[in-house]
Design a protein around this ligand. Structure first.
Ligand code: NAP
Length: 276
């Protein structure tokens, strides 16, 4: 099997390329090699590489940045996904696309399954939903994998930010009224590796098990890494970020349970795995 990975130098893209290269022929391309917003480039590249599977790890992931750069957000997260859908459908290629819990509004305190309606609050969430919608309409062999609060050994993420801030601060104020599920890239990569071998197409939630607030997450990071620091809870309003975020975007990996009888470890044990 030959696999093309877009956004290959991002946090997830690096792990996907490293892991799948052990088993398959993998071509990893980042923005400089393939800009997914350009349909002609995408079509040419896919003709040339001729993969069996495309894994789209490319995205504009700066949630607050998307509010300021709306055009770029829709171009990368919406039209970029459309371009990959067109190219993969034309060439009968399986397409794996990564989406987000931010497609939900988080207004209730019940867990979301893949059968619940999305209703994004931010430009980032809307642009990711646009990408999902294009793919659902234009690609017949797709896996949309919605993940959440992603962190891994490469790239930027909340775990690394916490550890960096702890080097120069005695106290950190962290938001306690947004609840979701931190997800380790390596657990998401395992799911990608599993689904691409099948034809069980559709939308899947892929997050670690359980839930916490960013405040709980920060406390756990410092507990596991033995960093002595005071963490204080604050509200989203106090932090005052430009993009609206869901209050409760906990997802159940219901399709993974139904289709694969697959269960992912808790976010706490995944975090311990990260530090090992
Ligand atoms: N990070 C999270 O907490 C989180 C949570 C839920 C879902 N997700 C989803 O998970 C996926 C992977 O996220 P990540 O954390 O790995 O993001 P990331 O580290 O920001 O990686 C995204 C990659 O895409 C590249 N890229 C940007 N524009 C591109 C373009 N036009 N053409 C090709 N490549 C382009 C970026 O390059 P530059 O850096 O050079 O721009 C970067 O290498 C995304 O779909 C994201 O929406 C992430």
């Amino acid at each position: 099997m030959k696999i093309l990975v877009t956004g290959s130098k991002g946090q997830l893209g690096i792990d996907v390329v490293n892991h799948l290269s052990r088993y398959y022929e993998v071509v990893g391309l980042d923005k400089d090699d393939l800009d997914i917003t350009n349909l002609e480039s995408v079509l040419n590249c896919i003709n040339e590489v001729n993969p069996d599977v495309i894994i789209n790890c490319a995205a504009y992931t700066n949630v607050d940045g998307c509010e300021e750069n709306q055009d770029l957000a829709y171009k990368i997260n919406g039209i970029g996904a459309r371009n990959l859908a067109i190219a993969s459908n034309k060439n009968d290629i399986k397409l794996v696309h990564i989406s987000t819990d931010f497609v939900f509004d988080g207004e209730t305190d019940s867990v979301y399954t893949e059968f619940d309606n999305s209703n994004p609050l931010s430009v980032y969430g809307k642009s990711k939903k646009a990408g999902e919608d294009f793919i659902k309409k234009m690609s017949s062999k797709y896996f949309i994998l919605r993940t959440a609060w992603l962190y891994g050994k490469n790239g930027n993420n909340f775990v690394k930010t916490m550890l960096r801030l702890a080097e120069t601060n005695d106290t950190l104020k962290i938001v306690d009224d947004q609840v979701g599920t931190p997800t380790f890239t390596e657990d998401l990569v395992e799911v990608i590796a599993m689904v691409i071998k099948t034809e069980k197409y559709g939308t899947y939630h892929v997050s670690n098990d359980g839930k916490c607030s960013w405040y709980d997450f920060a406390k756990k990071i410092f507990e596991i890494s033995n960093v002595d620091i005071k963490v204080l809870p604050i509200t989203t309003e106090e932090l005052g970020r430009p993009a609206k975020r869901p209050k409760y975007s906990v997802m159940r990996n219901y399709m993974l349970e139904l289709e694969f009888d697959y269960h992912i470890r808790s976010w706490e044990s995944a975090l311990e795995g990260y530090f090992k």
